[in-house]
Ligand binder design. Structure first.
Ligand code: GLU
Ligand code: MG
Length: 445
């Protein structure tokens, strides 16, 4: 869409404010808002953005040693193809942005969206276009003096579907008005826990759409006086994931097996091998908050072991079972230990980089595990090389620090700033344990 078409659309739809969206190292969706009078300029040249935005963590603390200080600006430049009017709000439109150097079109080396765009274009150059669907789960609850659950409990019960019927209808309308096709609504096992399954999209578009979805659902729910959280483990026995479904396409699906007895082609298998190889560090990108590790527990419906399996929902990589006449179109992998606290550009970047490393090295993932790993004996797990996933953010960050493939994919500047910001989050959490142990034990001993 060109600038003139967008400004005309804004006039016709009485848009007064346009949000320029981006996601920083903290995994939070941010926006700078321009008025209609500034829109044409912003669409053409972008707006100034302090480099500092990449030094804040999700708790709003700035890491002084993340590599940015008070001096230093880049440009936040809208990708006009993502522009859309947000009909569910009043007089508002939004557009996803990349970060560029001030003087030219060079992507800023600490921009997550540009880093993913570059990797996707490398895949495209190899005739492997990533097709992606980010399957997000979230929880509706009520906030007051205390946060409380709302709705009925029970897996796929029609009670829980009916509880939120109006909200879900409004959310689907709002997403479809933006061109995001919703295929399914799932009310899951915990009260208030829901999932909207959206159609797959190519490369960056899939991630941009997900950013819009993250913006849309809480806003629609708020208009019904309902709070939304995407936190991975917001209440006991409640897990919100963001599974990433992925296949690679040239003329045909690179992951589809030609051998009817196999679930994946050799390329697909090697891609999975690469993911398992880099899993420990990858987790620091896909499950990047302290709370993420409360979700990644055995038999909690998420994933706790580094293994792959056909139709296996306790494996980190599931290959969904597909009917034999749909293997060409529907064969894909599902990466399960990802959640909505991730910067989605970095999560997808990490998965693609790990998978590509597997393709390049023809990494074999071993036979698929067709059982719940928590029910397998240690001998079998050892024989298959199945390991427990990191159990803390600190462990995953240590693994990421040692992963050169993921470092290369992010580039040094983005990698270093991300590590610093996330380490700070981890330190704040572990420091809080010092207070806890003093309080708990002072009177005991
Ligand atoms: N809620 C589970 C998770 O956190 C996923 C359940 C499912 O959709 O398979 O990953
Ligand atoms: Mg689900």
């Amino acid at each position: 869409m060109d600038t003139q078409t967008i400004t005309e659309k804004c006039r016709e739809d009485d848009v007064k404010l346009v949000r320029l969206l981006y996601v920083a190292n903290d995994g939070v969706v941010h926006g700078h808002t321009v008025t209609r009078s500034q829109l044409a300029d912003a669409l053409e040249s972008g707006i100034a953005l302090p480099e500092l935005v990449q030094s804040f963590n999700a708790l709003g603390h700035r890491s002084k040693d993340a590599g940015f200080d008070a001096v230093g600006e880049v440009r936040l430049v809208p990708d006009r193809s993502t522009f859309r009017v947000l009909d569910h709000e009043e007089n508002v439109a939004a557009v996803c942005c990349s970060m560029r150097e001030i003087g030219d079109e060079t992507p800023w080396t600490a921009d997550p969206r540009s880093a993913l765009a570059e990797l996707v274009s490398e895949f495209e150059a190899d005739d492997m276009v990533p097709s992606l669907a980010l399957e997000t789960e979230f929880l509706f609850y009520s906030s007051g003096d205390e946060d409380e659950r709302v709705g009925h409990r029970g897996l796929y019960t029609t009670d829980s579907i009916r509880d939120f019927h109006e909200v879900i209808i409004d959310a689907i309308d709002a997403l479809e008005a933006q061109g995001i096709e919703v295929k399914k609504h799932v009310a899951e096992y915990a009260a208030g826990k829901h999932e909207l399954v959206t159609d797959h999209r190519e490369g960056l578009e899939a991630v941009d759409d997900y950013v819009f979805l993250r913006e849309t659902i809480p806003s629609v729910a708020a208009s019904h006086d309902i709070e939304t959280t995407f936190l991975p483990y917001p209440f006991d026995a409640t897990t919100n994931g963001c599974h990433v479904h992925l296949s690679l396409w040239g003329d045909t699906n690179w992951f589809a097996p030609t051998d009817a007895d196999e679930p994946l082609s050799p390329t697909g298998r090697h891609f999975v091998g690469g993911i398992l190889d880099h899993m420990r560090g990858l987790l620091a990108l896909t499950s990047p908050t302290v709370n993420s590790y409360a979700r990644l527990q055995p038999q909690a419906g998420a994933a706790a072991y580094s293994c792959w399996g056909v139709g296996n929902r306790e494996a980190a990589v599931r290959v969904p079972e597909v009917a034999s006449d749909q293997r060409e179109t529907a064969t894909r992998i599902e990466f399960r230990p990802a959640d909505n606290t991730a910067n989605p550009y970095l999560a997808v970047l990490g998965i693609l980089a790990a998978g590509r490393d597997g393709i390049r090295n023809e990494t074999e993932p071993g036979p698929s595990l067709d059982a719940d790993p928590a029910n397998c004996d240690d001998e079998l797990l050892e024989e298959r090389g199945v390991r427990r996933l990191p159990t803390t953010l600190g462990e995953a960050l240590d693994a990421l620090a040692d992963d050169d493939v993921l470092r290369d994919a992010l580039g040094d500047r983005l990698f270093e700033s991300y590590m610093t910001v996330k380490r700070k989050e981890w330190e704040l959490f572990t420091d809080s344990a010092a207070t806890w142990q003093r309080e708990m034990f002072r009177q005991t001993f």
